[in-house]
Design a protein around this ligand. Structure first.
Ligand SMILES: Nc1ncnc2c1ncn2[C@@H]1O[C@H](COP(=O)(O)OP(=O)(O)O)[C@@H](O)[C@H]1O
Ligand SMILES: [Mg+2]
Length: 447
């Protein structure tokens, strides 16, 4: 198997084993004929004698990669990098990307690939590129390249979900379901009818209401109801302290969503992007608002089949420009869970917990205007107390209805403050009638 020339070189080396130059030559020959184990042995020998031999180290890193010793390869690369050899960095990062790709460490792979491409913008590897293009299902051309890395990042951070819940999992809330059905689902199902009347499909829906009352939950269920992907975006994914970066991320995000359409693009805490809450603005300012407006309008791209759902606890901060047609022109108030919803929520919370018998309905009746998050908190606290009691008695004491009712007495619903604030806006800033639903709800409450 070993070529004659190599055999002779090996013989020569056996006479002068410390001739590192010769040894390195041999190691390279072994690499050429893909005899990785022999190459590795020689390279390790060299490095033992001459730790600073960077050429040999880079060859070892490649050899490890080819013999599928990816973690070893990564270690050599890290060691080299700490020695700050800029001329080798491109190669180190390239192999690092490949190793992470093989190890299926996607996020690290993206980081390494990004760093690699930042050193050499023309750097290109079919396999690395293909792996991600396939994954995100969009083609890659040069102008999209920087968008592309952002998009992969969004994808890999698990932002694209296949929803596992639909309306049947949302307890009660029939009014909200009806509105979503009318404003979002029906138009989609009767696409041709709507376009025959010149009506646009898609556009934006703004869910608003007190925190912890199911906005995110219902948005996700909406995607499940129409069986489309759910892209879940928090403001932290968008807002970036570097100038222009937030705008860039927004546009990447919309590009990704368009490539997945039909889908639901959910923007949580949208007031931070679309509002005038100064504490969130930082360096961003007006241009983020403008970017979001133009993405929603589909100025440069068509938003067909893109259902944009925003959620906010502070609808009064949303810039009025967003409420114009084609943007967040449909607003839906998501009130605290009704009795049916509370029953459902409590049942879900109690699943898998040490309970004896809990009268879910009784709890539901005692928790008018409590949020879903409040209910979670109440049950957690009741369980915590039981747990302490169980510890001191040395046996499991299951939770019962009274434990939870006791806890409810101690816990004030968090939605109250929200309604106090909302009442001011409903009273003094309701020219457009946007807050009619809230006003109506407030009337029922004894604030
Ligand atoms: N109608 C409902 N049916 C079942 N569970 C609900 C319902 N409304 C809210 N929840 C539960 O309450 C929790 C809080 O809701 P979430 O959607 O996070 O609130 P928000 O986004 O409004 O702050 C969720 O984990 C969800 O499981
Ligand atoms: Mg939420």
């Amino acid at each position: 198997m070993i070529p004659k020339e190599l055999e002779q070189l090996e013989q020569a080396l056996s006479l002068t084993p410390n001739n590192l130059y010769l040894r390195y030559l041999i190691a390279q020959k072994y690499q050429q004929i893909q005899q990785w184990q022999s190459a590795e042995d020689h390279l390790l020998y060299i490095l033992k004698m001459d730790r600073d031999n960077e050429e040999a180290a880079v060859d070892l890193l490649k050899t490890y990669y080819h013999s599928q010793k990816y973690n070893a390869s990564l270690m050599v690369g890290e060691d080299l990098e700490t020695r700050n050899k800029n001329n080798l960095l491109e190669e180190i990062l390239y192999y690092r990307s490949l190793c992470y790709l093989r190890l299926r460490k996607n996020e690290e792979c993206i980081k390494a690939t990004k760093a690699w491409k930042s050193i050499n913008p023309n750097a290109h590897d079919e396999e690395l590129d293909n792996a991600f293009v396939q994954k995100i299902g969009v083609g890659l051309d040069e102008s999209q390249e920087s968008d592309w890395t952002d998009q992969i990042e969004f994808e890999l951070r698990g932002m694209i979900e296949k929803p596992t819940i639909d309306f049947s999992h949302v307890g009660g809330m029939n009014q909200v379901k009806r509105e979503i059905d009318l404003k979002i689902i029906k138009p989609l199902e009767h696409h041709s009818l709507f376009s025959a009347y010149g009506k646009k499909i898609g556009g934006g829906l703004l869910l608003y209401g007190p925190p912890g009352c199911g906005k995110t939950f219902i948005a996700r269920a909406t995607a499940g109801q129409i069986k489309v992907p759910f892209i879940n975006i928090g403001i932290d994914d968008i807002l970036d302290k570097y100038y222009g970066e937030s705008e860039h991320k927004l546009s990447s995000l919309f590009a990704l969503a368009r490539s997945k359409s039909p889908c639901v693009l959910f923007i949580d805490e949208v007031d931070a992007l679309a509002g005038n809450r100064t504490e969130f603005r930082g360096n961003t300012g007006r241009s983020v608002i403008n970017q979001l407006l133009s993405e929603m309008d589909g100025v440069e791209n068509v938003n067909d089949g893109l259902l944009i759902i925003g959620a906010t606890n502070t609808p009064w901060y949303i810039d009025p420009a967003f409420k114009r047609p084609g943007r967040f022109d449909k607003m839906i108030f998501v009130p605290p869970p009704d009795l049916e919803a509370r029953d459902e929520i409590v049942q879900v919370i109690l699943k898998g917990k040490p309970v004896q018998f809990v009268d879910v309905h009784k709890i539901g009746e005692k928790t008018e205007s409590y949020s879903g998050a409040d209910l979670v908190q109440i049950v957690e606290q009741a369980i915590e107390k039981k747990f302490e009691a169980s510890l001191s008695e040395g046996k499991v004491i299951p939770l019962n209805t009274n434990d939870i009712l006791e806890e409810i007495k101690r816990y004030k619903p968090t939605t109250k403050d929200w309604f106090l604030t909302a009442r001011n806006y409903a009273n003094y800033a309701n020219q457009t009638g946007f807050y009619d639903d809230v006003a109506q709800y407030i009337k029922k409450l004894k604030l």
